[in-house]
Design a protein around this ligand. Structure first.
Ligand code: ADP
Ligand code: ZN
Length: 739
């Protein structure tokens, strides 16, 4: 008889190792890629079998058995297992937590791939029952039956019912005894929604588009084999059209396409375009789904029945039966990097995955990251440029407004006001971009100069006038807005402008026009974002005021003027990426202007019009800024001309955070292969946030290998360190935010 294999199981705990178990006493032996239920300390956890082994460090007699095998056949295929392991090794993060990040919630919780759904429905007899007389005798039963009758033939989902009628089970018993209602159990199924192409016919490709497609597809369909392409095209240059052609091609060939989009890029507009052109219903994976919807999309991707899978960051982990192409849209977008827990970059994992699978990956952006530009310069990736807007649209014209000459106290300078009036009179639409919500960022006392601060963060409170509150945008703390200084009781003044104040100033300046504000405060109500965007796209909103969430991806046909209200926020940023980020956000929002016939105008308010950054941006555009920035990064040894990792720690006491990092530093210096610099520890830019002190240690090296060799040894050492118990800490490889 073959000896029992030892199962190497990944469990979601913050330890960088696998745990050994034996199969359940009465079998079966779970295959690699199957989930098991295991006892872990006193808890019961869901784990994933990553390997079988012959031996264990723990004596055979001390090994625990799993309680149950949750998947008869492997849930996760070899390629996805590889991706999980790669992610764990590259980001130096416990593999069990990687698995937990990658799996849909229901699977993580141990639910079957096809969960059993419980629902309740009224029978034909139930529908004919006299509800009024029932209500007199048994009001609870009548209430339930009424709800079931209203719900129709499909009945109601048990979980939903529990939310509205918590005690429905007690009322159901007598109803089902009398044959008036039924409880049903069904296996979740995936609907394969049919859709037919019904859009306008595709435009004829222009030369640049045709050349890009020819490079990728070579005339004979999208080939196999790994290759990475940077599709560098100004906004409106027809990048999406290029994706569509490639996707059509791959799908026709019977293979699947994964499209990754930024968090706010998954708009109904984009999905509608895919649907209309390709005549298929993409499987969508984003944060707005219910757990069951997400699982269904995941299954359709895994089985291969979804030809097109479109999702945000975590969709990169979705198993695909038969992938032929991966597209990353707006590859420069910071939302591809997860900033808590597992600090992974979905863009970078997409490239690794394409490489492993041997398929092409297309990375599109109007403002490519310096990382991708350097890869192209080094000939690792192919640089494809779409230099002009598709169709007849012309590029927008950018100019500066000097706020020293033309003050913009409430966000609105005189030249911008005049331009708004002119564009509106011409039938255009206007967008004002201000990446700061609330009424004003500062409440200051006119007498003593006291600034209202957050009690738990090193940060100012933002004035939210409409809500009558001061709010901290970092920890969520709020208190009542007083018009007097908290310290000396003299009158306090709101300084600077946020979207709320700007909205009011605009309403006063243009009383006969509609002003629509779009930021996370104004769209808190479900559906509000969709309504506002629909109004914006239809052109019935004259003036739009918005934060980052309005700056990308949207297509507003009538928009002709964009005002960048406060560009100086990014001009003196302390992060080495400040220039790159500022240029990206301005170029992206500028790209909203003049997408159709009328030429767009972009006005940028700044108090530093002579800053060299502006000259470069206005004369050479993003390409010029990125060239300068790359040269500077080379001279100063910052990424992409070096590799970074950050070790962050937070604690209730500052000395604990620093003590932990100092110990980490000593150990790192002991271990460090030549060529890894260890910088710090230093306080984070905001040293206290939500009552916790934050500090960090930065590792920098020329090449990737020495850095990873160091982290591989350092991480397990830190997990065993006593001082680690007093802090929360995390490793961030390729951090996009280092201050
Ligand atoms: P991007 O994704 O680069 O912002 P899109 O693919 O959305 O650009 O194209 C911008 C607009 O130009 C869309 O309305 C699109 O239908 C149109 N368009 C794209 N390619 C062409 C073309 N070759 N000829 C005419 N119009 C085009
Ligand atoms: Zn705070």
């Amino acid at each position: 008889m073959k000896p029992e294999p030892i199962l190497k199981v990944a469990v979601a705990v913050p330890l960088s190792r696998l745990f050994d178990y034996l199969p359940p006493a009465d079998g079966p032996v779970p295959a690699v890629g199957s989930r098991v239920r295991v006892g872990f300390g006193r808890r019961r956890l869901t784990g994933l079998v990553l390997a079988h082994a012959d031996e264990s460090d723990i004596g055979q007699t001390k090994l625990r058995r799993c309680d149950a095998v949750l998947d008869e056949t492997p849930l996760i295929d070899d390629e996805s297992l590889w991706l999980l392991r790669f992610t764990s090794e590259y980001y130096h993060h416990p593999v069990g937590e990687v698995v937990a990040t990658a799996l849909p919630a229901l699977l993580r919780q141990g639910q079957p791939l096809y969960p059993v759904l419980e629902c309740v429905a009224a029978t034909a007899a139930g529908r004919e029952t006299d509800l009024e007389s029932l209500a007199r005798r048994a009001p609870k039963q009548a209430e339930l039956l009424q709800a079931l009758v209203d719900a129709g033939d499909d009945g109601l989902d048990a979980a939903l019912l529990t939310e509205t009628l918590p005690h429905w089970r007690r009322a159901l018993a007598p109803l089902s005894a009398r044959g008036l209602a039924l409880r049903l159990e069904t296996r979740a199924e995936d609907r394969e929604p049919a859709a037919a192409p019904d859009g306008p016919p595709p435009p004829d490709l222009n030369d640049a588009q045709a050349a890009a497609i020819a490079r990728i597809a070579g005339g004979a369909g999208v080939p196999g084999g790994f290759a990475a392409y940077l599709l560098d095209g100004v906004t409106g240059s027809g990048k999406t059209e290029v994706y569509l052609r490639l996707i059509e091609d791959v799908i026709r060939d019977g293979r699947q396409v994964l499209v990754l989009v930024p968090e706010i890029g998954l708009t109904p507009q984009l999905v509608g375009r895919f649907r209309a052109r390709l005549g298929i219903e993409p499987a969508l994976l984003h944060s707005g789904l219910s757990d069951l919807e997400r699982l269904s999309a995941w299954r359709r991707a895994r089985s291969g029945s979804a030809a097109l899978v479109v999702g945000t960051r975590s969709a990169v982990f979705t198993p695909l039966a038969n992938p032929g192409l991966i597209v990353v849209d707006e590859e420069h977008d910071p939302s591809f990097k997860q900033q808590e827990g597992l600090h992974y970059s979905a863009r970078d994992l997409a490239i690794a995955r394409a490489n492993r699978r041997g398929i092409p990956v297309v990375l599109g952006s109007a403002t490519p990251s310096l990382e991708m530009l350097k890869h192209c310069r080094d000939d690792n990736y192919t640089h494809l440029v779409l230099p002009e807007r598709a169709g007849d649209a012309l590029p927008p014209v950018l100019s500066l407004v000097d706020t020293n000459r033309f003050p913009a106290d409430e966000g609105l300078s005189e030249p911008v006001r005049a331009a708004i009036a002119a564009h509106l009179a011409n039938g255009g639409q206007v967008l004002l971009f201000l990446n700061r919500r609330g009424f004003a960022p500062t409440l200051i006392c006119a007498a003593c100069g006291h600034v209202a601060g957050c009690r738990r963060c090193d940060a100012r409170m933002t004035v939210h006038a409409r809500a009558g509150e001061l709010r901290c945008h970092h920890c969520g703390a709020a208190r009542r807005l007083e018009t007097d200084c908290e310290e000396c009781k003299a009158p306090a003044r709101a300084l600077g402008a946020g979207t709320e104040r700007l909205e009011e100033a605009l309403a006063r300046a243009f009383p006969s026009r509609s002003v629509t504000r779009i930021d996370s405060d104004s769209i808190a109500r479900k559906g509000a974002m969709g309504d506002a965007l629909a109004a914006a796209a239809a052109g019935s909103a004259d003036i739009l005021v918005g934060t980052q969430m309005l700056s990308k991806g949207h297509h507003f046909p009538k928009l002709t003027l964009v005002g960048v209200v406060d560009a100086d926020q990014g001009l003196f940023g302390t992060d080495f990426r400040a220039d790159e980020r500022l240029a990206q956000s301005i170029v992206q929002v500028a790209g909203r202007a003049g997408r159709e016939q009328r030429r767009g105008e972009v006005l940028i308010q700044t108090a530093f019009p002579a800053h060299p950054f502006w000259r470069r941006l206005l004369t050479d555009g993003y390409a010029g800024v990125s060239r300068d920035a790359l040269a500077e990064r080379e001279a100063t040894h910052w990424p992409p001309h070096s590799r970074l990792a950050l070790l962050r720690a937070t604690a209730h006491r500052q000395s604990d955070a620093h003590g932990f990092l100092a110990a980490a530093r000593r150990q790192a210096v002991r271990l460090a292969p030549t060529g890894v610099e260890v910088l710090g520890p230093v306080d984070a830019a905001m040293a206290r946030k939500a009552g916790r002190y934050r500090a960090q240690l930065l590792f920098r090296s020329q090449g990737r290998q020495p850095l990873h060799a160091l982290l591989r040894q350092l991480r397990p050492w830190l997990e065993d360190l006593r001082q680690a118990r007093r802090v929360r800490w995390s490793v961030d490889v390729d951090p996009i935010d280092t201050i």
